[in-house]
Design a protein around this ligand. Structure first.
Ligand code: HEM
Length: 451
């Protein structure tokens, strides 16, 4: 049954947000998680861009389309806060990470962290990363059921340890840190959201302690010796007016950045690999481009020549946004596109489904990288039509790093392997958390010289 979220203040000229909220606390949670595209389309046809319902235990206004996304992400009157919204999901495990800070404090931290993402820093991360990528990709064992997602996840996690931590780890400690990391990420989507020994939430809290202890142990040496890694960069980062991170800040930011960096790039690479297997003509086109580059170790500037990889990456980020939804908590009464949004509400910008809206994207279900070609640039229809990296004050600080890493890995893979899937294969995408293929994306992988 249709009902309104809250009556707008008298004389405000605002409209009430409509919706079919469903059963309190549960509402449409299962439909949204299982069939997000179908559900979003139906809601948009019935209510337009602003509608409410119960989602994951909260009264939630979902805003669809780039115009509403812009209002929320640009956040002109500071009505939308990140911390309370994201903390609901990942707070205990990623406390005081950059994305969970707000307003003045966030700006202050972001200015310092920016020093770890300057062009010079990016170049040196790339130098550290290149041999690890070559080693990791070389070690893949071709076969008929090669699970792309699982292998890429392992690779990006290993790269994160090398590029971000810059600490020599023996295999046992590497496994312990990687394991803690995976447990902390998994805990965010636990069904039982309090600590019961043996269950995800509890394991997540234990993992957080392992990670804190790890970074604290290595911190004094990093402060003293410096290095080319992100950990050293955060220790050294200083704004022009002399602000630096405390030890606690460095630990909190490191734990968060590791999480922010590796799942997202894994999903991007997997989506690219899936479509390149489904559309072999694109795979060949990209391979030719990679061979034409004439180097297996491209430097930062060489990557610009890989225009095909760039278009496929953008199209893959459109088709499967790795961060499917951006939640915000409304901290004072406000409005979105003329609708009254009361304080206390959770607002969600659903990037995953926004990128499939027929009002903004011609033939949105079609894999068509050329839509990003210079003569088409369909994303230019609106500044927020394509925003897999978010926007406004919290826009992904690692977006150039991500592009660099994704392109370098794919380039290395194209130079060594060819892969395919059976003609009618459709990957079973799990959208109940960050999107991922339920089957690990099995492909037939050949080494090029074997063919
Ligand atoms: C394809 C890969 C990536 C995607 C799609 C992605 C997406 C996003 C999105 C959507 C946000 C904004 C969240 C919000 O507004 O609530 C974000 C924030 C962030 N990302 Fe990324 N990200 C990626 C890779 C990375 C990498 C590689 C790093 C670090 C090296 C990184 C570090 C961060 C950080 C620190 C924030 C918080 C920024 C802030 O709140 O000011 N991300 N990312």
């Amino acid at each position: 049954m249709t009902s309104v979220l809250a009556p707008p203040p008298e004389g405000s000229g605002l409209k009430a947000v409509p919706g079919v909220p469903g059963i309190p606390y549960i509402g449409n949670t299962f439909q949204v998680m299982r069939r997000p595209f179908h559900h979003a389309r139906r809601r948009y046809e019935e209510f337009g861009p602003v509608a409410w319902g119960w989602l994951l235990g909260q009264r939630t206004v979902t805003v669809q389309g780039p115009e509403a996304a812009e209002v929320v992400l640009v956040n002109r009157d500071k009505a939308f806060a990140n911390g309370p919204a994201w903390s609901y999901f990942i707070g205990p495990f990623f406390a005081r990470g950059m994305m969970l800070l707000d307003f003045e404090e966030h700006l202050h931290h972001r200015r310092i962290m920016q020093q770890a993402f300057t062009p010079e820093r990016l170049r040196s991360y790339m130098d550290v990363m290149a041999p690890g990528i070559a080693r990791g990709v070389d070690a893949w064992e071709p076969g008929p059921e090669f699970k792309v997602y699982d292998h890429v996840k392992r690779l990006t996690l290993d790269l994160a340890v090398d590029t971000f931590m810059g600490v020599e780890l023996d295999p046992a400690e590497r496994a312990r840190v990687n394991g803690a990391f995976i447990a902390a990420v998994r805990a965010g989507t636990a069904y039982v959201r309090f600590p019961v020994p043996g269950l995800r939430w509890h394991r997540g809290l234990q993992a957080r302690r392992v990670l804190e202890e790890f970074f604290r142990r290595h911190l004094p040496a990093k402060r003293r010796d410096g290095g080319d890694d992100l950990f050293a960069a955060l220790c050294a980062a200083e704004t022009d007016d002399g602000h630096r991170f405390t030890d606690d800040d460095v630990v909190n930011h490191m734990i968060f950045v590791l999480m922010a960096a590796h799942d997202t790039t894994t999903i991007t690479l997997s989506t690219m690999a899936y479509h390149l297997a489904k559309f072999p003509e694109w795979q060949e086109r990209l391979r030719e481009e990679s061979f034409a580059l004439g180097t297996s170790r491209p430097g930062h500037g060489d990557l610009d020549a890989l225009t095909g990889i760039d278009m496929v990456m953008r199209e893959s980020l459109r088709m499967v946004a790795p961060v499917p939804a951006l939640p915000r908590r409304v901290v004072k009464d406000t409005s979105i596109l003329g609708f009254h949004i009361p304080a206390g509400t959770t607002v969600v910008v659903p990037m995953l489904t926004n990128h499939h809206m027929a009002d903004w994207w011609p033939d949105p279900e079609r894999f068509d990288p050329e839509r990003f070609a210079p003569d088409r640039r369909e994303d230019r229809i609106h500044k927020y039509a394509w925003s897999p990296f978010g926007g406004g004050a919290h826009k992904c600080i690692g977006l150039y790093f991500a592009g660099m890493q994704v392109k370098t890995i794919l380039h290395q893979v194209l130079l060594r392997y060819r892969w395919s899937v059976p003609g009618r294969y459709e990957w079973p995408l799990d959208t109940s958390s960050l999107p991922s293929p339920r089957d690990g994306l099995p492909v037939r992988l050949h080494r090029l010289e074997d063919r």
